[in-house]
Design a protein around this ligand. Structure first.
Ligand code: ATP
Length: 224
């Protein structure tokens, strides 16, 4: 029997999380509230298919996400892409969630992305099929405006066609809309954090203390 969510959409949040930081956590928390999501499933990428291989193992990135989201009742961890140990692509993951795992065909799913990731959508494997499988919610991110004029043309056309639904309307259909939301702007990136760590500088207050303790204990991203 398909999983239920009290009629509310379920959020899906993928990323390399190399490492996870407060930009990711606020995005998910604010998406849950603003879009009325029942819960958010965090899906750390295995070996990413559309970007460079990350510096640390996928098991270590998974562990950092586990530490960071612990204690938030709305957040849950999905290790399937990490366990698969092959390039992860979002469309096959969504197909699996709908068909193989109990989410069913009619439950509204909302894929969460930052504005930079959204602009890069045309590089994703089978990307036009995303809209058959989920809605997309795009969070504003410092330095990455969301407007049709600055998107690649194939995506701009789809954006014009599918954007404009209210967050409440996401619950009415399983997939197909694009919404944008203005989260608290946090100019934090995993790249910046890795640069701080490699230069032996403090990453404090950019990511959870439990994740910093894990990074220190394992000497991830240490100076060479
Ligand atoms: P890197 O610097 O290594 O590219 P990142 O900080 O962008 O990493 P990812 O794991 O690549 O983190 O991002 C996962 C998702 O989170 C993407 O959709 C990205 O757009 C979004 N995201 C990351 N940081 C922020 C932020 N500060 N504000 C809004 N969205 C963000």
């Amino acid at each position: 029997m398909p999983e239920t969510s009290g009629g509310k959409p379920i959020g899906l949040f993928g990323g390399t999380f190399d490492p996870i930081h407060f930009g990711h956590l606020r995005l998910a928390e604010e998406a849950a509230e603003h879009l009325g999501l029942a819960r958010i499933r965090w899906i750390p990428a295995g070996q990413p298919g559309h970007r460079e291989a990350p510096r640390v193992t996928s098991a270590q990135r998974l562990e950092m996400v586990r530490l960071a989201i612990a204690g938030n009742p709305r957040f849950e961890l999905d290790a399937s892409e990490v366990d698969a140990d092959r390039p992860s692509y979002t469309v096959p993951t969504l197909e699996r969630l709908r068909r193989v795992e109990n989410l069913g065909a009619s439950l509204p799913l909302v894929l969460l992305v930052g504005a930079d990731a959204f602009a890069g959508l045309p590089d994703w494997h089978r990307w036009p099929e995303l809209f058959d499988l989920a809605h997309i919610a795009v969070a504003h991110r410092p330095g990455f405006p969301i407007d049709a004029a600055s998107l690649p043309s194939a995506l701009a056309a789809i954006y014009r066609q599918r954007h404009g639904a209210s967050p409440a309307a996401l619950a009415d259909t399983a997939a197909g809309s694009i919404v944008t939301f203005a989260m608290t702007q946090l100019d934090i990136s995993a790249t910046k954090i890795r640069t701080l760590l490699i230069n032996d500088r403090s990453p404090r207050y950019l990511l959870p203390d439990a994740v910093i303790a894990y990074i220190q204990g394992t000497r991830l991203y240490s100076p060479p």
